[in-house]
Design a protein around this ligand. Structure first.
Ligand code: NAP
Ligand code: MG
Length: 504
């Protein structure tokens, strides 16, 4: 193996580990065919971490062919469903065993606080894998009553080679959401990480091999979306694409995949509303509203980025919310335990947030908190840090009310009546998450039904759970991940009709 395919690194927190930098195909590390690489950088100081091989179209073809062969190979195709589950359980355990290293890599590459990487993301990764491990031998068909002359039943079969395209906001967790159900159902996978954050999933690849998955079942090819991602979406041997990212890219992927009629799950953007009624527990609402938009540097597809507050509690809520931003949103080095908000993932994302602050001001909204300048942290001029931005006096015509910013950026508006707030909440091309704060039981459930969204949190926000389906309506996506519903996209139903008559 060329020596640059695994490199010993020391992370900013002092942890040493072996970082793979190649393409993971057939359980082996290989270089990209043209030697092309993408450099992963540390968003907290803008320094290079390491250059990682970037797949060409030809490399993606190699990975897809490996996955296609593995699909039919007896070591995978004939493996008992329970044994498939055991491989996933083993992988989940290996993630737990290596969680400190994985969390270190995630924080170094992405900029999210180490406490969140370790205490939230890595838990989500291993628990999601474990949850789907349990489904491996509980995914079966039906016997269907028809007539006495027919015995009809269904079996569930894997879809085939699954192309999985991952975003940078939860690099390893988004991979686990897709790998768990795909592998539980007996598929094989070619996964493309986001070019900005490939490092944790490359380390994870070694754990896949160590867990005992046969060669070719999981292949990981870092690369550019426009090259490696597009090659996956177009490849005739790829049966399904699962994607998380922007709505614009989802549209491009649908177009590329239309030539071969691929199965598809898309989890895209959002501008999720959080509604606070007069009878809500205002402190509780402020706490969740803060977490719902400011966690993960605001880089969450379900972030409740539009806060709609009934007039009677508007002032009290605004004060409580601003106090939380002031007291909790400590921006700083992601390896510092006191940090709540690390840097944005890239310069592009930092500039996007700052540009939207300008947009909001130009549109006439009131900037209550947060600066238009990039933030200097610890005296160093480097790093993609921004101040959390809070806008009030926002109206639905404004771009800052309608467009996804994907950063620590929130807009507030007041409302008078339930009908008005339902209309406001639904005044969006998106329909991903939503939150409702009220102590009125019937209103909570009534409004939950009226909001156009894939998910509603009552008296919480972004309370995501691997046992519960996740996904959106409208321009927020197609299909569901997580929960039992997450399995539907990873198997096809075959109907078998058995004639019981001896004559036609
Ligand atoms: P993006 O373009 O949607 O990237 C998501 C994934 O799709 C990446 O792996 C990307 O590869 C890949 N990709 C890009 N173009 C492709 C193509 N033509 N065919 C196949 N795959 C392709 O997102 P982004 O540009 O990093 O971020 C832009 C905005 O997207 C953000 O500001 C945010 O609004 C939204 N976003 C949403 C989520 C979410 O969780 N829903 C996550 C991330 C971003 P590359 O890494 O090479 O681009
Ligand atoms: Mg990086």
């Amino acid at each position: 193996m060329p020596s640059d395919l695994i490199v010993r690194l020391t992370a900013p927190n002092g942890r040493q580990y072996d970082q793979p930098t190649g393409l993971f195909i057939n359980n082996e590390w290989v270089a990209s065919s043209d030697g092309g690489k993408i450099t992963s950088i540390n968003p907290s100081n803008e320094q290079d971490i390491i250059a990682v091989h970037a797949a060409t179209t030809q490399d993606v073809d190699l990975a897809v062919r490996a996955a296609h062969q593995a699909l039919r190979h007896p070591s995978w195709a004939s493996l008992a469903a329970s044994d498939r589950g055991k491989l996933l359980y083993r992988l989940a355990q290996l993630v737990d065993d290596h969680r400190e290293t994985l969390a270190t890599i995630e924080t170094w590459d992405n900029g999210k606080p180490y406490s969140a990487s370790l205490g939230e993301d890595m838990v989500e990764v291993s628990e999601t894998l474990r949850y789907y491990a349990g489904f491996a031998d509980k995914n079966f068909g039906q016997v269907i009553e028809t007539t006495a002359d027919k015995f009809a039943y269904t079996v569930r079969e894997p879809v085939g080679v699954c192309g999985q395209i991952i975003p940078w906001n939860y690099p390893l967790a988004m991979a686990a959401w897709k790998l768990g159900p795909a592998l539980a159902c007996g598929n094989t996978v070619v996964l493309k990480p986001a070019e900005q954050t490939p490092l944790s999933i490359l380390f994870f690849a070694n754990l896949v091999a160590e867990a005992g998955f046969p060669a070719g079942v999981v292949n990981i090819v870092n690369g550019l979306g426009s090259v490696a991602g597009a090659a996956l979406a177009e490849h005739p041997l790829v049966a399904k694409i699962a994607f998380t990212g922007s709505t614009a890219t989802a549209r491009a992927i649908m177009r590329s995949a239309s030539g071969t009629l691929k199965n598809m799950t898309l989890e895209t953007g959002g501008k999720s509303p959080l509604v606070v009624f007069d009878d809500a527990d205002v402190e509780l609402a402020a706490e969740w509203a803060h977490a719902g938009i400011m966690s993960n540097q605001g880089q969450i597809c379900t972030a409740t980025s539009r806060v709609l507050v009934q007039r009677g509690v508007y002032d009290a809520f605004l004060e409580a919310f601003k106090a939380r931003v002031r007291d909790i949103s400590r921006v700083g080095d992601p390896f510092d335990e006191a940090t709540f908000q690390g840097p944005q993932v890239t310069r592009a994302q930092m500039e996007r947030v700052l540009a939207y602050v300008d947009v909001g001001v130009k549109e006439g909204a009131t900037l209550e908190m947060g600066g238009r300048e990039r933030l200097v942290v610890g005296g160093q001029q480097k790093g993609f840090y921004v101040q959390p931005a809070v806008f009030t006096n926002v109206t639905p015509q404004m771009r800052v009310f309608q467009e996804e910013v994907f950063g620590p950026f929130v807009v507030l508006a007041a409302f008078e009546s339930e009908d008005e707030v339902v209309a406001l909440a639904n005044d969006s091309q998106y329909g991903l998450g939503s939150a409702v704060f009220t102590r009125d039981l019937t209103r909570a459930h009534r409004v939950a039904r009226r909001i156009e969204a894939g998910m509603v949190w009552i008296n919480s926000s972004n309370d995501s759970d691997w046992r519960v389906p996740f996904g959106g309506v409208k321009q927020s996506g197609i299909g569901r991940e997580l929960g039992e519903a997450g399995l539907a996209a990873y198997s096809t139903i075959k109907a078998i009709h058995v004639n019981m008559r001896s004559k036609l």
